[in-house]
Ligand binder design. Structure first.
Ligand code: ZN
Length: 96
């Protein structure tokens, strides 16, 4: 049996903090979320799940991006979007 039942769950506002934190001050977001009961590994896993790869973060560091979770215009799934003009998730983009 796993003992994950006591772990807090990731809400959309926490996802937003993780996105901002990984693009800006990563240690600050680890500290902030650890007070809520999230472990460093859980935060890193969640960031990967959201699509915050090193490659993505590097891309975002160039230019002025407004990164947030947005609903895909193709399938309505929420995904990590680099700006208001980026409204197709990677899956739908590859399908074109
Ligand atoms: Zn999609």
């Amino acid at each position: 049996m796993s003992s994950h039942s006591s772990a807090p769950s990731f809400t959309s506002s926490i996802d937003g903090w993780i996105i901002k934190g990984f693009l800006d001050d990563r240690s600050a977001i680890f500290k902030k979320l650890s007070t809520l009961g999230f472990t460093r590994n859980a935060i890193i896993d969640r960031a990967r799940e959201l699509g915050l790869s090193d490659q993505f973060i590097k891309k975002c560091s160039v230019g002025n991006h407004d990164v947030a979770m947005r609903a895909c215009l193709g399938c309505n799934e929420r995904f990590l979007s680099m700006g208001v003009g980026n409204r197709l998730c990677p899956r739908c983009r590859n399908r074109r």
